[in-house]
Design a protein around this ligand. Sequence first.
Ligand code: AMP
Length: 220
Amino acid sequence: MRNVIFIAPPAAGKGTISDYLIKHLGYKHLSVGDLLRKEVSLNTPLGQELDEIMKSGKLVSDDIAVKLVSQELAKISNSPFIIDGFPRVLSQALKLDEMLVSNNITNNCLIYLDISLDEALKRVLNRVICPKCQRSYSLNNDLFKPKTEGICDDCHTALTTRKDDNADSFKKRFATYLENTIPVLEHYRSQSNFYELDATLSSEELIKEVLKIIKSEADQ
Ligand code: AMP
């Protein structure tokens, strides 16, 4: 099965699809946002600095994001894996290309999930996450609701909302995303392992489309 690199605005459904691939197909998950939130929860000086940046809806420095990806990639690349939330800018895309080549990781696909601001905002206001294991739930989707209201299915921790999931911060994150990601899409669009999906499909349909892609022959 192919490794998946998601390129998508916040709340396009990367988390939901990732959860499915992890649970049913043994994928490993590399989410830069989750790794950053873990650092914030440790309340280190770096964590406090990152918290301010993330709450403002801006991106953390490339150095930090690239370092996190490179460290995690070394740990997980023996299994099929998902990279979620990276690359977000062209400089990160170029770094990722280098990291994949230098680690001899070739069986990859890039999946772009296309969604409008209005639709993404609606979803964000219905999202809760587990502060311990970072699993994300959608309260308006029966397939991805927690089994017990307010409690994580996996580690039984009380669910919470993300600090940056409010309308103002979200609109900033979305605008930052659009501004930065267009060059990333231009960089990858002509590659034969680049796929574009409509994120407003139902979760079931999206997962079906992703399964077709990851099980198809790598044609890069
Ligand atoms: P996410 O969980 O992907 O929505 O990311 C939450 C926040 O983490 C973003 O708004 C950024 O502040 C930061 N972040 C996540 N991924 C990256 C990245 N690749 N580069 C820089 N900052 C990132």
